[in-house]
Write a protein that binds this ligand. Structure first.
Ligand code: TXD
Length: 319
């Protein structure tokens, strides 16, 4: 059987890390694409030269032409710009929306059967726009944020409790960042919900709230430390898990920005919910019952995503 083909659209910090991880995990042959000349070619060559040392087989190539992504099984999109000082949310939206239009056209032309994972910010609005611009089926276009947000939450909890990260599960809903909704009653240590761990005296409710807030601010904390960019190791690892679940039909249950058609009372909107990812793409959206407080937080999150979508429509009325 031929190897899968993975196209990375955007070859910056996350794109390069995605290529490295996809190689190490032998997920398939990898094409790096970018508008910057030389960057995708240079990263492809560098990673290809690590293959004999690491012992993985994958063909790596770099390109500035969309024709190179032809027939890709998976496209992971990180193309765009990050917010810089002095730039408004609308400025960022305007720039990245144009990028999504180009990327959508490229995927529609050369990789219409791909499973597409969008990472570009502002995530929930960009994945929604990318689906529209590409015209690909909604179950084949998904956004990565929840795996990252829950991984950050799991890391902080494991560190707090001095237990293995493997035994901590976390459940998050909603949009990426500020309005993320962590569901503490569904987040556990070896199956014991955090709400019970508070009762058991493992941590106080206040300390749990601090950890939740640090998770929400997880991206900003790293930007503050790096100064010149945002996180890329954990975001790349998170998208790779989603790609792997699709390519290997693992049917993993992962939080992701998915298109809702009635679930959680929402329509034609992308927001973070638990989904099953398998060979058919997003095979199922898992709809859980929310309590009053969770529902309020989720509605708040959905409203902020809708605000971003409206800003997109203001810029691109054809959406
Ligand atoms: O959880 C999440 N979803 C995120 C999202 C977590 C972390 C970072 N997140 C966002 O991912 C971040 O705000 C950015 O919007 C993307 C990509 O982050 P990265 O750190 O990889 O950004 P870089 O290093 O600036 O890379 C972006 C690349 C760069 O090489 C540009 O030349 C390229 O995108 N670029 C383009 N490629 C193709 N086509 C067009 N039009 C284009 N414009 C820029």
């Amino acid at each position: 059987m031929a190897r899968a083909k993975i196209a990375l659209i955007g070859s910056g910090m996350i794109g390069g890390t995605l290529a490295h991880l996809a190689g190490l995990k032998e997920l398939g042959d990898i094409v790096l694409f970018d508008i910057a000349e030389g960057t995708p070619q240079g990263k492809a060559l560098d990673i290809a030269q690590s293959a004999p040392v690491e012992g993985f087989d994958a063909r790596l190539s770099g390109a500035n032409d969309y024709a190179a992504i032809e027939g890709a099984d998976v496209c992971i999109v990180t193309a765009g710009v990050a917010r810089k000082p002095g730039m408004s949310r609308d400025d960022l939206l305007g720039i990245n929306l144009k990028v999504m239009e180009q990327v959508g056209a490229g995927i529609a032309k050369y990789a219409p059967n791909a499973f597409v994972i969008c990472i570009t910010n502002p995530l929930d609005a960009m994945v929604w726009a990318l689906q529209k611009f590409s015209g690909l089926p909604k179950n084949k276009v998904v956004g990565m944020a929840g795996v990252l947000d829950s991984a950050r939450f799991r890391h902080f909890l494991a560190d707090e409790f001095k237990v293995s990260v493997e035994d901590v599960t976390a459940f998050v809903l909603g949009g990426h960042g500020d309005t993320m909704v962590p569901l503490t009653r569904y987040s556990t240590v070896a199956g014991v919900p955090l709400t019970d761990l508070v009762k058991m005296g493992w941590l106080t409710a206040e300390r749990l709230e601090e950890i939740v807030q640090r998770t929400r601010d997880g991206g900003a904390e790293i930007v503050g430390l790096l100064k010149t960019g945002s996180a890329y190791y954990a975001p790349a690892a998170s998208a790779i898990v989603m790609a792997e679940s699709y390519l290997k039909d693992k049917k993993r249950v992962l939080p992701a920005a998915a298109s809702l058609k009635g679930e959680y009372g929402q329509n034609d909107l992308y927001v973070g919910v638990p989904v099953v990812i398998g060979a058919a793409g997003v095979e199922r959206v898992i709809e859980i019952e929310l309590n009053g407080d969770e529902q309020t937080q989720f509605t708040n999150s959905v409203n902020s995503v809708k605000g971003l979508m409206e800003a997109c429509i203001g810029i691109a009325p054809n959406l």
